[in-house]
Design a protein around this ligand. Structure first.
Ligand SMILES: Nc1ncnc2c1ncn2[C@@H]1O[C@H](COP(=O)(O)OP(=O)(O)OP(=O)(O)O)[C@@H](O)[C@H]1O
Length: 258
């Protein structure tokens, strides 16, 4: 499979970010997510998770080190990135459908593709279970509904890379569980290379093929943990021995490293 080639996928080499020429807010960090991989990233508040996502998404004017996708510098042939930011990033003056439309106007432009855009919007809202909210404005929605809309928008772009910054953090346990399942189902049908940032060890174990444990102040490769739980059926995961073992192990890694 092509994903075994070391240059494939998303690769960060010596990625270092400083804000206003201050001390390094991140890195240097080395990390590779193979093409079509879904990795989760856990780390304590302030260790640079959002900064890492921002750098990959091209939202920072400057960083040191290299970001490549399938061997090419991101700056040369920008991979299409779907970002789900912490604050959802929805435009409050546009309806949910219009938010998706605005994103697709950039990636799928042209009058002749209007029908394709509209079909895609309807499909994604349906997939996230919010079809009936398409005409509502973001500020009239609950946090969970806004999070669904933001995830639907990212999937609608059909990006090569998806970056998610604690997308389910504002949810109660039941809604969160339901959305984790919907997210996984969606990801399985598209296999978008994805990095999912979370504070929550359980979420990291439920969603990631591998779990990246970011260590504050450390440079080089973060601890990357294989995750056998990923291969279990969704409905079996939470009650499995492997799940308990894995969450215990990740917590242990966090305790010894932080
Ligand atoms: N725009 C900014 N200007 C200056 N410093 C910043 C800026 N954004 C983040 N930082 C600093 O960079 C460091 C990493 O922040 P970042 O938001 O990436 O952490 P995080 O791991 O995502 O935290 P959290 O889990 O709380 O969201 C912190 O020390 C933070 O104060």
């Amino acid at each position: 499979m092509s994903s075994s080639r070391t240059e494939d996928g998303l690769r960060l080499t010596g990625l270092t970010v400083r804000y206003h020429d201050g001390p390094a807010a991140l890195g240097p960090v080395d990390l590779r997510i193979p093409e079509h991989g879904l990795y989760t990233l856990v780390g304590p508040s302030g260790c640079g998770k959002t900064t890492l996502l921002r750098a990959v998404a091209g939202l920072l004017p400057r960083y040191e080190g290299e970001i490549t996708y399938n061997g090419q510098r991101a700056a040369g042939r920008e991979p299409l990135i779907g970002l789900v930011p912490q604050n959802y990033g929805l435009l409050p003056w546009k309806t949910v459908a219009a938010n998706l439309r605005a994103a697709l106007a950039v990636t799928l432009p042209g009058r002749s593709r209007k029908q394709e855009r509209e079909e895609r919007i309807a499909r994604e809202l349906q997939a996230m279970g919010i079809a009936e909210l398409s005409g509502r404005y973001p500020l009239s929605l609950s946090g969970g509904q806004q999070q669904r809309a933001a995830v639907a928008r990212a999937f609608a772009l059909q990006p090569e890379i998806m970056l998610l910054d604690e997308p389910f953090s504002a949810l109660d346990a039941m809604t969160r569980e339901a959305l984790q399942r919907v997210f996984l189902e969606n990801w399985r049908t598209r296999r978008i290379t994805a990095l999912f940032v979370t504070h929550d060890v359980e979420e990291a174990v439920l969603l990631g093929q591998k779990i990246v444990v970011m260590i504050p102040g450390a440079s080089g490769e973060p601890e990357i943990v294989d995750n056998p739980v990923f291969m279990l059926k969704d409905e079996d995961k939470r009650d499995s021995e492997a799940f308990f073992e894995q969450t215990r192990y990740i917590r242990k890694v966090m305790r010894t490293k932080w």
